[in-house]
Design a protein around this ligand. Sequence first.
Ligand SMILES: [Zn+2]
Ligand SMILES: [Zn+2]
Length: 247
Amino acid sequence: METDIPEKALHRRRRPLLSQLASTMLESVLPSSCAGCRRDAPVLCTECRPEMPKMRPPFCEVCARPGAAGVCYQCLTRPPGFDGIRVPFLHEGTARTLVHRLKYANYRVYARTMAELMAECLEEQPVTVDTVVAVPLHGKRERERGYNQSELLARELGQLFGLAVEARALRKSRETEPQVALEKAEERRRNVQGVFACGADMSGKRVLLVDDVVTTGATMSACASALKEAGAEAVWGVAFVRQPPPR
Ligand SMILES: [Zn+2]
Ligand SMILES: [Zn+2]
């Protein structure tokens, strides 16, 4: 089921009633309808929450690529910078709506619920970490959006697990093509190569690296490599959704 329609409904509903500023403030404190069915419920109603598009095995033990049993061909032939990725959902249906709104419609308040769902996944497939870092946006993109959605998720996860948060340890030095727009694995690797740098000393740390969407793992891998260059002992990725790989 495609659920992009609510975005349009949202714009129709709020423009005549409230100024942009007031509606922004409202959305940051008070989501009034379920992202799945639009019934009155904060973020997700009790019926839609268990209906989320869960990642089901088989998926790669390392990069969570759907459909791969054990360790996928890409991870075997070109091991990624991270130690593994945990992802609760596929990028479709209500999971896609949540990401879309968090990212483009200023629903920052969704971060808490989304982080709780990511935390459930981490409880099912545990990792040992000391600190939480977010996949960065390029400065210009972050200024346009006003926030980095991955940083919001990272801060919530840090709070939920009582972990140190160094959300902004990584920097992105230039804007890149969206990974989803690139077809070949090699193109996606080149697109993010040398783009991320770590400004903090990560010596001996085991890092939980947080993003909203994993496309192929190339971004996470580049970020993890930068963290390991800065001394990180291990890097575990967690994202809210995983894009199935192109056929
Ligand atoms: Zn619902
Ligand atoms: Zn893999």
